[in-house]
Design a protein around this ligand. Structure first.
Ligand code: FES
Length: 86
């Protein structure tokens, strides 16, 4: 199951990359099936109190299961928890 979830995320990102190179060079967010939001491009990430979150990568995964120990980023815990999206 773990590698299956990872493959789906990778496939989603690949689709975004393919579309981005042809028609949209701007920031994009991909809702990964049963996983995080993949945020690609120049987007500021801030905490609810307005504190900016440093980014070192062009593409980051933001937790949407609520279980990550490194919020706002995904640490992969969604896989073990059985998190499912509709
Ligand atoms: S979505 Fe991955 S740990 Fe929450």
């Amino acid at each position: 199951m773990r590698s299956g979830s990872r493959r789906r995320c990778a496939r989603s990102l690949a689709l975004v990359d393919g579309h981005a190179s042809r028609r949209n060079e701007g920031p994009q967010v991909v809702a990964c099936p049963d996983g995080p939001f993949l945020v690609r491009g120049d987007v500021d990430i801030v905490l609810p109190d307005g504190t900016p979150v440093p980014r070192t990568r062009k593409t980051v995964a933001l937790c949407r299961c609520g279980l990550s120990t490194i919020k706002p980023f995904c640490d992969g815990t969604h896989r073990a928890s059985g998190f499912r999206t509709g």
